[in-house]
Design a protein around this ligand. Structure first.
Ligand code: NAP
Length: 289
């Protein structure tokens, strides 16, 4: 009698996702997702994937990742607009922002979303109290990140939103599209009078970039100062705000919170942003500086 064949149980491959950008080696996203996965005991791989600038390279790379069974990717500079173009469908948030930082390879086609908006909103909500007036919000910058920040501020009820940008026309376009006011870049010190919130969305103050020149004296004592730059973690702007006793939100808050929707869509179900995650990221940032 022939020996009974043993059933071969093939282990399921790990769930795979990643972050696509150029350059992408510096990204902290792999550490965030691997932390979530290891805490939950999920067999997952999250890779940094370098894709050259240009839509053709992006399209080819996405087709290949989809064919390989990758669940989805975060998308960073310079491909956020390409992700929206490539998608078969998109969330209202991605459409409103005109850019996507998440692409999910669904059976019915790639789906674009924008979790930068909820990332910024969640980071700010973590320090807002019921007593905080959601009044005048001053936004410095009118680039890709500013769009998401302005949409988040509107969703949190801040009004009016005043946008100041070196290139005034870009501030005007954003104010018109998203709703807001503009003021000249050179009037930034005066623009702070009576503001509930100041947000820097420019690259000024980032390591290797020129400093952000601003005098915070005009801000009320109750104001919050946010900087989405996270290299260095404590920018000169945040240091000046702390010296005045103001509450601050740093760029890591936004980065940690924006990762949650992607992790839940592709890899697992429990993604907690806490002091332990922050400590791991701070350590990684320190090692890289
Ligand atoms: P972007 O689209 O290139 O926009 C850059 C902004 O900075 C523009 O408003 C630009 O003004 C302004 N700027 C640059 N150099 C300037 C200078 N010398 N003087 C005055 N203004 C200047 O970049 P982005 O994607 O919005 O990113 C901006 C920053 O946010 C980067 O540091 C990025 O790392 C950070 N970021 C952080 C997160 C996070 O999760 N924490 C997420 C996204 C982005 P013009 O329009 O006049 O050029």
């Amino acid at each position: 009698m022939a020996a009974k064949k043993k059933a071969v149980v093939k282990p399921a491959p790990p769930k795979t996702a990643g972050v696509v950008g150029w350059p992408v080696g510096h990204s902290l996203s792999p550490l965030i997702h691997q932390t979530f996965a290891s805490r939950e005991g999920v067999d997952a791989v999250y890779l940094p994937i370098a894709v050259e600038p240009g839509y053709t390279a992006f399209e080819r790379a996405m087709d290949a990742l989809k064919a390989m069974g990758v669940k989805g990717v975060n998308v960073t500079i310079p491909h956020k607009e390409h992700a929206l173009k490539y998608a078969a469908s998109a969330s209202d948030a991605a459409k409103a922002a005109g850019a996507a930082n998440m692409l999910t390879f669904r059976d019915d086609g790639p789906y674009a979303d924008n979790s930068d908006i909820i990332g910024f909103a969640s980071g700010l909500e973590a320090i807002l109290t019921a007593n905080d007036k959601r009044g005048r919000a001053v936004v410095l910058g009118a680039g890709g990140a500013a769009r998401g920040v302005i949409i988040a501020l509107k969703s949190l009820g801040f009004s009016p939103i005043v946008i100041l940008n070196r290139t005034a026309e870009k501030a005007e376009v954003l104010a018109k599209e998203l709703g807001g006011e503009t003021a000249p870049w050179d009037s930034r010190n005066q623009a702070l009078a009576g503001a509930s919130l100041l947000v820097n969305t420019t690259s000024l103050g980032m390591t290797g970039e020129p400093p952000l020149e601003i005098d915070l004296a005009g801000l009320p004592e109750t104001a919050i100062v946010a900087d989405i730059v996270y290299k260095p973690l404590e920018t000169a702007l945040l240091a000046a705000a702390k010296a005045r006793g103001l509450r601050v939100m740093d760029g890591l808050s936004m980065l940690m919170h924006q990762a949650v929707p992607g992790y839940k869509a592709w890899l697992g179900s429990i993604a907690v942003v806490d002091a332990d995650l922050r400590a791991r990221l701070e350590k990684a940032l320190e090692a890289r500086s």
